[in-house]
Design a protein around this ligand. Sequence first.
Ligand code: APR
Length: 185
Amino acid sequence: MRVTIDQTDLELVQGDITHQTTDAIVNAANSSLLGGGGVDGAIHRAGGPSILAECQRIGGCPTGKACITGAGYLAARYVIHAVGPLYHGDGDREQVAALLSSAYHHSLVLAAQHGVRSIAFPSISTGAYGYPVNAAAEVALTTVIAYMRQHTDIELVRFVLFDAGTFAVYRQVLERLMATDAPPQ
Ligand code: APR
């Protein structure tokens, strides 16, 4: 699925983030930046040791923020390590939503600062971090659309959803947002 918002394309695909040829791919990292499973494991496995070496030099990244490294053997130029929140069922919903939104927003700001024209995101926090996919998709897409309405520096934002279920949820949320959103200028 692809929509255009103020000269920027927003695309949803089902696939593997490590196969993307965008200028940057976003990692669903943890605050230690020392790797893990899921997206994190796949990116470090495919990208090779240079990414971890850079992450070790950076030394960590707070939840809700992002940092940037090279992409090692990956086709992308950069990996942006975004740290989403861990979702607790009884936690403060507003706070985790704000942290998730911040992780997406800071990834886009960092990408633009490095001249990135195309960026691929995974579904941050909806795996090991347990964020309900529907709620996360709403936060992710709302944040990205808001950024696209205020900036034209990035030409393509792609969400790479690993499984059909997550893809279907993101598609449903995007269709709803586009139906209710102000028409693109
Ligand atoms: N490409 C795209 N998406 C993927 C891939 C992949 N290769 N592998 C997993 N996913 C999907 C998952 O199915 C989920 O929908 O990415 C989403 C995020 O899942 P996680 O990778 O578990 O990330 P997150 O929920 O943000 O948890 C981060 O897990 O791997 C550790 O070090 C990481 O501690 C951190 C935590």
